[in-house]
Design a protein around this ligand. Structure first.
Ligand code: FAD
Ligand code: DHB
Length: 393
């Protein structure tokens, strides 16, 4: 078997890249370890930057997004229950974000795949990458039909944080930068109307809380929790009580309680592996970097990585020019690091840290009070939240 680009992983990075390449007439094959139901069923990100929305439009995949996505021109911060609004559209050039769940994005990408010639192998086990530092890379895997071998020009490692791609790069080549946070987010989905029209990122003495949504009838809420806590420790009643407390009396009174149908705990981590290319292998999305979810950058970074990667690959197949490919890692990393900075900063001013003393707490309060009173600070937050531009080609 032969293809031009082998793509490992059918998450947002892999599928967006596959669609971009298909649109440009480049042959690719996506190898995914799980099945479609599993990938589509994972409840993850919820907020799309304009760059991600524009990408889906450019791919002609935005019909449902344009119909069902909730466009937000602002967001809210809260300190011990006192809410203030950040008018992102007014503080930027009119930029907005769109609330549209990762599950919906994946459904749209998978639904459109067959008609656009995007080929996916599901349940590909024991995926292994070969010949990355030579001129004839290949991928092998196993499935119900047996063992397979795929020769290709390049491999896109879009297989997430725990995938095989980054692990295939010699440790001596990769530089890893990491920060693990001493807490996680407990997330809940419930079919109840959201408490507010826009999101609320709340700093409370007892810990962080986030009020988000998926639609006018579906709410997505998070509370900061300890890393040793289990889902069983959080029956719905306890979750709603804690959420309302942290959001404060004004918003708490507007929270509509109901049975949760999804509840999960995610640890928080900042991670970057550099460079994002080794020989014939490119890393994109979570395979190369992780951000804490504060600020909703994870899915959006996966999208911006593959925009840059696709530009380089398309240029290569059109004109044999390798400049774009050679610039990929540096160009992608320049945006990645700014999103890492923003996600780390937003996490650090909104969460309760176990070792936090009175001084650190006062600094957090001062930072939020400063943002509340300063247009300059609000503008900085807004331009990062709606998404920074891609680095120049
Ligand atoms: P992934 O979505 O991880 O996709 C990688 C794909 O590769 C998967 O389908 C996986 O099955 C496949 N794969 C892995 N190993 C192999 C292999 N060996 N062979 C073949 N296939 C393989 N971001 C936000 O912005 N907001 C959030 O609220 C948020 N919540 C999150 C909650 C959790 C639990 C997690 C894990 C992430 C969350 N994120 C969130 C981050 C966001 O979902 C990710 O940044 C985004 O999914 C990255 O897309 P990706 O395609 O790079 O990786
Ligand atoms: C959601 C997740 C985030 O990490 C975030 O910053 C905003 C919203 C969400 O799942 O809705």
């Amino acid at each position: 078997m032969r293809t031009q680009i082998a793509i490992i992983g059918a998450g947002p990075a892999g599928m967006l890249l596959a669609h971009l390449l298909a649109q440009a007439g480049i042959d690719a094959l996506v190898l995914e370890r799980r099945d479609r139901d599993y990938v589509e069923g994972r409840v993850r990100a919820g907020v799309l930057e304009q760059t991600s929305v524009d990408l889906l439009r450019r791919l002609g995949l935005s019909e449902r997004l344009d119909r069902e996505g909730l466009v937000h021109g602002g967001t809210n911060l809260a300190l011990d229950g006192q809410i203030f609004h950040i008018d992102m559209a007014a503080l930027t050039d009119g930029s907005t974000v769109t609330v549209y769940g990762q599950q919906e994005v994946m459904k749209d990408l998978f639904d459109a795949a067959p008609a656009r010639g995007v080929k996916i192998v599901w349940n590909a086990e024991n995926v292994a990458l070969h010949g990355l530092d030579g001129s004839s890379p290949s991928v092998t895997w196993q499935d119900a039909e047996g063992k397979h071998h795929l020769a290709c020009d390049y491999i896109a490692g879009c297989d997430g944080f725990h995938g095989v791609s980054r692990a295939s790069i010699p440790a001596s080549v990769l530089q890893v930068f990491e920060r693990v946070y001493p807490f996680g987010w407990l997330g809940v989905l419930a079919d109840v109307p959201p408490a507010a029209h826009e999101l609320i990122y709340a700093n409370h003495e007892r810990g962080f809380a986030l009020a988000s949504m998926r639609s006018a009838t579906r709410s997505r809420y998070y509370v900061q929790c300890g890393l040793d806590e289990k889902i069983e420790d959080w029956p719905d009643e306890r979750f709603w009580d804690e959420l309302c407390l942290r959001l404060g009396p004004e918003t708490g009174a507007k929270v509509v309680r109901g049975a949760s149908f999804e509840k999960s705990i995610a640890p928080l981590r900042s991670f970057v592996a550099e460079p994002m290319r080794w020989g014939r292998l490119f890393l994109a999305g979570d395979a190369a970097h992780i951000v804490p979810p504060t600020g909703a950058k994870g899915l959006n970074l996966a999208a911006s990585d593959v925009i840059v990667l696709a530009e380089g690959l398309i240029e290569f197949y059109k004109s044999s020019c390798i400049t774009g490919i050679d610039r990929y890692s540096a160009r992608a990393l320049s945006r990645v690091w700014k999103a890492e900075r923003f996600s780390w900063w937003f996490t650090s001013i909104t969460h309760r840290f176990p070792d936090m003393d009175g001084f650190s707490r006062k600094l957090q309060m001062a930072e939020l009070d400063y943002i509340k009173g300063s247009q300059a600070a609000q503008r900085s937050l807004a331009e990062n939240y709606v998404g920074l531009p891609l680095a120049a080609a």
